[in-house]
Design a protein. Structure first.
Length: 614
């Protein structure tokens, strides 16, 4: 058995994106010893790819904006599947979190009066995204990591966490993982763990997600006994690059459309006017003339249809491509060159200009971009208490994309960055409160730790077996073709069968060489997480026999009023069977799924929707 390095701390935060950094800062402020563990290098979290801005009802551009309108927009965007309390807290606290970030040194774009400038984004009634050009996520990470390091948070980089460990009471009390450069193992005993591990997009062929997004936190939570909700709700961002191949899937920020960009099909027509849903008809322009009037003067006319919520735009693009009106490489054209001057584009969208010019050889100041839907975000995740972010497992907390509930069945653009700040802070508070109320020291079973290490090193002991890259390739093909943007019952059942085959293959992967700098082994240890979240998503999609938000069933094209009242909750039953081989986790074939009623919204918040109806 290899040596296992050990550490003992009060709180471990897994993930160094916006939510993880904010949680670590908050827990550290309470005088606790905090370890921040990240799979890649500090500063490389996927949060840096969030370009458009952070949504907060500051009212700097539209004084009439307020938290109630932001709350209503968020709930409507999520097709009312949201946890209302999370949406309320987010809308109420986001402005303070943005101002706090500014106090810590973040440099936002300004209005002519010196206030934080805010831009338009899809699904938001008013311009409310605080931004730094199109590099908002980068500035957020820069500011938070500087604060965290200055405050004394201990950072453990390039550390892959394999499993969470429990104490005798069933509370999470530790974890075991390995250093990616050396392959040597490391463990932590801790009184609380905060999951801030981000998304799951690397299980799909076309994704905007970076390599880290293999669903580690989602999988570790369900293996540890936590509840998951609405895992079928996966968002396909409408504008990922589809050409050239070298940059396929890389995101084109919604800020391009917020700043005037329009979508055109192969015929050159702005097709989004054909896809305005009744829910948004009253506030959406139905002609080019009216839409252009709005761009010229936001107080005149209704919003352009390109700024509908992401699920609506993604489905519209998909429909155009299926009808044979797509671009040569299976997308549509996003045109800002004819809408703004070259100087404006370079000033307002510097990262987009550089990305296309340097990586794709496309000058967006003179030609259109080829874009299409790409797997971007999962709304489903670990079920948490809205106020504390506590999961259903004692000692375990979750914030950011790994946590479910906040965004319902569809996330509005810009809500992710403010979500990270609001619930990252609350996760740090919740974990600190839990630690301060816990007596005694944390301890974990050495035998359980060694079992995880044996399972992780098993691929080295096989002289022959599956290549992990072949398993990953077939998984991504399966999820893209059968559990993609448009789903059917027969294809989902087919996907479930293929996933069972892939689980068997993943349990028999073989890896050559040693553990040092071995990407094949790194992938082999990621596959259990990817397969777990893929099964949860597919199982949830089978049971949600309706179309709602990011989840579209071709065989059930309309929303179902009764299903709109429930979350689908997934969990591994207590004492669930163990699976062998390289997986070394509770059998994911034992995951159950149950519809459970949504939390009831208070009358005073429900009245906001009644007011809108009138």
């Amino acid at each position: 058995m290899p040596e296992i390095e050990s550490h003992d701390v009060d709180v471990v935060v897994i993930g160094a994106g916006g939510a993880g950094l904010r949680a670590a800062i908050e827990a550290k402020a309470r005088g606790l010893r905090v370890a921040l563990v990240c799979k890649s290098l500090l500063g490389k979290a996927h949060t840096v790819m969030a370009e458009g801005g952070a949504a907060a009802a500051l009212g700097n551009v539209y004084p009439e904006d307020n938290w109630q309108v932001h709350f209503r927009d968020t709930m409507r965007g999520g097709k009312m599947l949201n946890n209302w309390r999370m949406a309320q807290l987010h809308a109420q606290e986001a402005p303070d979190r943005i101002r706090e970030l500014e106090e810590w040194g973040a440099l936002f774009d300004r209005t002519k009066d010196g206030l934080i400038l805010q831009r338009d984004f899809g699904g938001h009634r008013y311009a409310r995204l605080a931004h730094i050009g199109d590099r908002t996520g980068l500035e957020l990470i820069r500011t938070l990591q500087q604060k965290a390091v200055a405050d004394g948070v201990e950072v453990f980089m390039e550390l892959k966490v394999l499993r969470l460990l429990h104490d005798d009471s069933g509370a999470v009390a530790g974890l075991v993982g390995y250093w990616r450069p050396s392959g040597s193992f490391v463990s932590f005993t801790t009184k609380a763990v905060v999951l801030a591990t981000g998304g799951v997009g690397k299980s799909w062929k076309y994704t905007s997600n970076s390599w880290e997004s293999t669903g580690d936190g989602h999988a570790m939570a369900v293996w540890a006994g936590a509840d998951m909700i609405d895992m079928e709700a996966v968002q396909f961002h409408p504008t990922g690059m589809v050409w050239p191949l070298s940059v396929r899937g890389i995101l084109v920020t919604e800020g391009v459309r917020g700043d005037g960009g329009v979508l055109r099909n192969a015929e050159g027509r702005r097709f989004m006017f054909d896809y305005i849903p009744p829910m948004f008809a009253a506030e959406t322009a139905d002609s080019e003339e009216e839409a252009d009037k709005w761009y010229a003067d936001h107080s005149a006319g209704r919003r352009p249809p390109e700024l509908l919520p992401r699920d609506e735009v993604a489905r519209s693009i998909n429909s155009e491509v299926k009808a044979g009106r797509g671009s040569p490489h299976g997308g549509v054209f996003l045109d800002i060159a004819s809408r703004r001057s070259a100087e404006d584009i370079r000033r307002r969208l510097p990262s987009m200009y550089h990305q296309f010019k340097e990586l794709a050889g496309v000058d967006i100041t003179v030609e259109a971009m080829e874009v299409g839907p790409t797997c971007h975000y999962i709304m489903g995740g670990v079920r948490v208490d809205a106020d504390t972010t506590a999961t259903t497992v004692p000692g375990l907390f979750a914030a950011g994309e790994v946590a479910g509930g906040m965004h319902g069945s569809n996330r509005l653009g810009g809500n992710s960055l403010s979500d990270l700040l609001v619930f990252g802070r609350r996760a740090g508070m919740g974990a600190a409160d839990y630690v301060e109320g816990r007596s005694g020291s944390a301890s974990v079973d050495r035998a359980a730790m060694e079992e995880v290490v044996r399972a992780a090193t098993a691929p080295f002991e096989r002289e022959s077996g599956e290549n992990p890259y072949d398993v990953q390739h077939d998984l991504q093909e399966t999820m893209q073709s059968l559990v993609g943007i448009i789903r059917t019952g027969s294809e989902l059942e087919e996907a479930m069968g293929k996933l069972e085959e892939l689980e068997e293959r993943a349990a028999n992967v073989a890896v050559a060489g040693g553990p040092q700098y071995n990407p094949g082994w790194n992938l082999a240890t990621d596959l259990p997480s990817m397969l777990t979240v893929s099964r949860c998503t597919t199982q949830g999609a089978i049971h949600r026999t309706e179309s709602r938000g990011g989840h579209t069933r071709d065989d059930y094209p309309a929303p179902d009023a009764e299903l709109g009242k429930v979350n689908f909750v997934q969990r591994v039953p207590a004492g669930g069977a163990r699976s062998g081989g390289a997986v070394g986790t509770p059998s994911i074939r034992s995951i159950t799924i149950t519809p459970e009623p949504l939390p009831v919204m208070p009358d005073e918040l429900q009245a906001l929707f009644d007011e809108e109806a009138h």
